[in-house]
Design a protein around this ligand. Structure first.
Ligand code: PRP
Ligand code: ADE
Length: 172
């Protein structure tokens, strides 16, 4: 039986020398691959009460939109700095290869709302941690963080679980 890993390719030295970039565009481009990914994530979230899905730019938007539709919720984007048109809150973070800041509209979530945070890949966990901080600053609760890939050696799962969060991933 096919697995999501069959559809993901690794590109060496992108975006910097020494980085093995896990490219999910080939997974998204294939209808069977995309379905495997979405169904795998829906299954991983079974039994959780989720009011809304928040996706991390950029590939978390593709997964998050599809998942929100499948779960019957809305979708909230967490974007790179300077992209959201309304009033925002921001959070900076460190990456495997650099530094960045993400933002969330300050009225995107409300107190007590249960949020599923989605991205394609977990590496150091810096991006997801920044997303969690933004969600929690608005009084909402992260019920789980869901990814296609967990690059285990980079420690993201440990970081997020250490903060008390449930982490779901379809492959390493
Ligand atoms: C990748 C990936 C995650 C992040 C994970 O995105 O899609 O968002 O890195 O890394 P971390 O766990 O170490 O924080 P990237 O920052 O390359 O941005 P992009 O989606 O705009 O390409
Ligand atoms: N984000 C951080 N590290 C990455 C990697 N190795 N491949 C794809 N996205 C990443």
């Amino acid at each position: 039986m096919a697995h999501v890993t069959d559809y993901i390719r690794t590109i060496p030295d992108f975006p910097h020398e020494g980085i093995l970039f896990r490219d999910v565009t080939t997974l998204f481009a294939d209808r069977d691959g995309l379905r495997l990914a979405i169904e795998g994530l829906v299954e991983a979230c079974e039994g959780l009460q989720i009011d809304t899905v928040a996706g991390l730019e950029a590939r978390g938007f593709i997964l998050g939109g599809a998942l929100a539709d499948r779960l019957g919720t809305g979708f909230v984007p967490i974007r790179k700095k300077g992209k959201l048109p309304g009033r925002t809150i921001g959070q900076s973070y460190k990456l495997e290869y650099g530094e960045a800041e993400v933002e969330l509209h300050d009225d995107a979530l409300h107190q007590g709302q249960k949020v599923l945070l989605v991205d394609d890949l977990l590496a150091t966990g810096g991006t997801a941690e920044a997303g969690i901080k933004l969600i929690e600053r608005l009084g909402a609760e992260v019920v789980a963080c869901a990814f296609i890939i967990d690059l285990k050696d980079l420690g993201g799962r440990k970081l997020l679980e250490g903060l008390g969060h449930r982490v779901e991933a379809l492959c390493a």
